[in-house]
Structure formats: structure tokens, C-alpha cells
Design a protein around this ligand. Structure first.
Ligand SMILES: [Zn+2]
Length: 448
């Protein structure tokens, strides 16, 4: 297939600043990406993953047909095949470490993550990441031998990652994209911690982690059937915050404006713009009540990380031995996965990754000032490839950014007669082709 370049001639540049923006190549591409993921290919991938019998982190690694070893080798081969189809555009690697002596890994096991990087053309070290999980479990989290197909939890997320890679490798981006299959999720979020540590150690500038954990169920435990919404979970305040930063946040705000939260707002906007018949329910918490997911290890090292998942879970169909009890069929089997819905949530990921990778980096060092004055001033450090910036504001009770003013290629802008006390403020960057970064809330509370 043809590879489209995101780069546009400079002559198109000013259109991005017009009050009524005309469509640009990147925007047209985002519409195409929003409907590109294939339910059939996702179904095929989930069938293959479920077909490995169990993918428990402690399961067999030698068999070619059963266990997590066979599963991760298949994922690696699939990334290599996707790469071969785009002229070698993916760097496929294993990032692993030994985990031992934990609650759910009492012995010792090598937790192996399978990673593919689509390297950016101008900012190769700036990343947006999409992840799913390789591993599965049944009722007893230590049972690594019984059948544990994990069709929804989380072959759906893993298949989404592979399909997003197939779609997005048809394009080129200034920024890099990481496609990640993580292991050890059910045993203690081990794989995510390993990749997060690797990213820090290697100086990867990760601006967004979008973890997918269960994106294929539309029939809730409460009887609701719904294929038109997705949940995006995001932390409100950064987990990594010094006492001084917390003090600054207390007086300047930022409790609901971490980078993760503004990433969630960005994803919500992507759904509205580019994914037909899908709306995002932003959930203002790190994860489901008392439960975990693989975005958390990234939050814990200070990276903007969110979880995308189905709106309606069915607890009979996750973490369960496959059985019938009192007339109820338990188990995470493929019959319960809605592939069209999984494709739609994959599309949400794909348009978000593409937009993040086409957009410039979010503005850095954003500051706001203006107390006891009628005006509010935003200042920021310019970022590469931005040709304009946009200053945003909203009432403090609004969930989404409601007002904006587009600026030229400046590093400071004053909003006249907008009183600082009554609104929250932020700044985004805009590329030559009109693609926008997430909005950055001022100070360390909102920094990307
Ligand atoms: Zn699970």
C-alpha cells in the first residue's frame, strides 16, 4: 500500500490559522484512520491469542502452541510481518527482566514485553505509546495450567495494538509511536514497570501512554448493552509530585488537570471528531474502584498515562474458570467479544496516536499570571515544528476546554479582560498542517 507523507509544503501553513479551518492532508488522513481498523483482522488475532490455551505469565514458554512463550513469539512475528509490509518501518524488540519473590510470582520468571517502535521523522525521541497485555488468568491467579483464553482480558487490547500498527504504518509521522504488548499484568503490573524503567533509563520522551485493557465487551453485568461509548480513566493529580509542587497546586489549581487528564480530554475530542458513533466517558480516577491496570506503572514514574476500556464490564466473563454454575456460563471466551466494538476502540487509539505524532510536542514550561488585574497572561517555551499556539480557558467546573484563542508563533499571549480567578487556562501547540497537541495546564501540575 502507498505510504502517505505527513509533510506539507510551507505554502499551506497559514490555512491552519484561518478562523474556518479548511481540511488538510492530515485531517483527511485522520478521518480515514478513524474507520480503518478491521473487525475481521481483530477477530482473527483474538482467535489466535485465545488459541494458545493459556497466556499466564508463569505458563510454559517452550511449547510452540501453548503458553505465554508461544504467544509472545507470535506477537513478535506479527510485528515483524507488519514491519516487512512497510519496508522495515518498525523496530521490534523484547524488553524483559526477571521478577521473583512477589505475591503472585513466588519463584522466579522472566517477564518479557514485546515492543515495536515506528520511528518519527523529525522528533525520533518523542513518543506516544499504545499498549495491551499478553498475559491472562482464571479464578485462581496462580493457576498457570488450566485453559485461560483471555479473549477480552486482554487479547482484545493486544489485537487492537497490532491492528493500530497495521493502520498507522501506512503513514509517516514527525513523532515516534510505540506499540506495546505487556506481560505480567495479572501478576502485579510487572511488565509495565519494566518498560517504564527502560524508558526512563534510555531517556525516551514519552508524552502519552494509552493503555487498552478490555476493549471488546458490550454486555454489562447489569444488563446494559452499549456499543457507542468507551471509558477513559485518568489520574487527577500527578502521582509524582514534590511537597513544593503540591503547595503550588494548592494555590494555583491543577487537581483535575494533570497531563493524564488533559490527555483524556484530547482522546474525548478525537472521538467526537474522527470516530463515528463513539463517545468517551471520561472517568476522573486512575482506574476502576480498587482495581488495577498497566497504565499505572507509567503514572508512577511521572508519565501521562490513561486507560481506555469498554464502558460495561461483565464480571462473569473475566478472571473466571470456564464453567457453568447455577445456569450461568463463566469464562473469558471469544463468544463474548464484540469485534466491531473492539475495532471502534482501536480506531479511537489510532486517531489519537496519529494526531499526537503529527502534532508538535505539547508546549513546555507553561506559566500563567495576572492576579489582581483584568488580564491573564500565558507564557511558554516554544517547541519544534509548531507554527502557532492556542490559548485555552474554561470555567473551573467545566469538564472540557470551552474557549480558545489561536496565536501566532509566539511564546506569550495576554487575554484581555479575562480574569484569572474565574477560569482554568492552558496552551496547546499547532503544526503547519493544523494538527494540535494536548492542552497543557500551567506549572508542574499539568506539565507533559
Ligand atoms: Zn485482568
Amino acid at each position: 500500500m502507498t505510504r502517505f507523507s505527513a509533510r506539507l509544503p510551507a505554502g499551506i501553513l497559514l490555512c491552519g490559522l484561518a478562523p474556518f479551518m479548511s481540511l488538510h492532508a492530515d485531517e483527511q488522513a485522520l478521518y480515514a484512520i478513524g474507520v480503518a481498523p478491521s473487525a475481521e483482522r481483530i477477530q482473527n488475532d483474538i482467535e489466535i491469542l485465545a488459541g494458545f490455551g493459556t497466556r499466564h505469565t508463569l505458563s510454559d514458554t517452550q511449547s510452540q502452541t501453548r503458553g505465554i512463550g508461544a504467544a509472545r513469539r507470535w506477537i513478535e512475528a506479527e510485528f515483524e510481518a507488519i514491519s516487512a509490509a512497510c519496508g522495515g518501518c518498525l523496530e521490534v524488540m523484547l524488553i524483559s527482566d526477571i521478577v521473583s519473590g512477589t505475591n503472585r510470582i513466588p519463584g522466579s520468571v522472566e517477564v518479557v514485553n514485546v515492543i515495536a517502535i515506528q520511528r518519527g521523522t523529525t522528533e525520533p525521541n518523542r513518543f506516544a505509546m499504545m499498549s495491551g497485555d499478553i498475559d491472562t488468568r482464571v479464578s485462581d491467579p496462580m493457576n498457570f495450567t488450566d485453559d485461560s483464553p483471555g479473549a477480552n482480558d486482554n487479547a482484545s487490547g493486544m489485537a487492537g495494538v497490532l491492528e493500530a500498527a497495521r493502520v498507522l504504518t501506512q503513514y509517516e509521522f514527525p513523532g515516534s509511536i510505540i506499540y506495546a504488548g505487556l506481560s505480567g499484568e495479572e501478576q502485579g503490573l510487572n511488565g509495565g514497570a519494566i518498560v517504564a524503567a527502560h524508558a526512563l533509563a534510555n531517556g525516551w520522551d514519552i508524552k502519552a501512554v494509552i493503555n487498552n485493557d478490555m476493549i471488546g465487551n458490550i454486555r454489562g453485568i447489569n444488563g446494559v448493552v452499549n456499543n457507542t461509548t468507551a471509558r477513559v480513566f485518568s489520574e487527577g493529580t500527578r502521582y509524582v509530585e514534590t511537597p513544593e509542587e503540591a503547595q503550588q497546586r494548592r494555590f494555583q489549581g491543577g487537581e483535575i488537570d494533570s497531563a493524564a487528564r488533559n490527555l483524556a480530554r484530547y482522546i474525548d475530542t478525537m472521538a467526537d471528531l474522527y470516530v463515528p458513533n463513539l463517545d468517551v466517558m471520561m472517568v476522573y480516577r486512575l482506574d476502576r474502584f480498587g482495581r488495577g491496570g498497566h497504565h499505572r506503572p507509567f503514572s508512577e514514574v511521572g508519565l501521562p498515562a490513561v486507560r481506555i476500556m469498554e464502558t460495561n464490564e461483565n464480571y462473569n466473563w473475566q478472571h473466571q474458570d470456564i464453567r457453568v454454575e447455577n445456569g450461568i456460563a463463566y469464562g473469558d471466551v471469544i463468544e463474548h467479544v464484540d469485534f466491531d466494538y473492539a475495532a471502534k476502540l482501536t480506531a479511537l487509539n489510532a486517531v489519537t496516536l496519529a494526531s499526537l505524532a503529527w502534532a508538535p510536542s505539547p508546549p513546555q514550561n507553561v506559566e500563567v499570571s495576572g492576579q489582581v488585574s483584568p488580564d491573564t497572561t500565558l507564557r511558554w517555551t516554544k517547541v519544534p515544528d509548531a507554527v502557532a499556539y492556542r490559548v485555552h480557558w474554561r470555567l473551573t467546573t467545566e469538564p472540557q476546554w470551552t474557549h480558545f484563542r489561536t496565536t501566532e508563533d509566539v511564546s506569550e499571549f495576554t487575554l484581555e479582560n479575562v480574569v484569572i480567578d474565574n477560569y482554568f487556562f492552558g496552551v496547546s501547540s499547532i503544526s503547519a498542517s493544523g494538527v494540535q497537541s494536548p492542552v497543557v495546564f500551567p506549572g508542574p501540575a499539568g506539565a507533559f
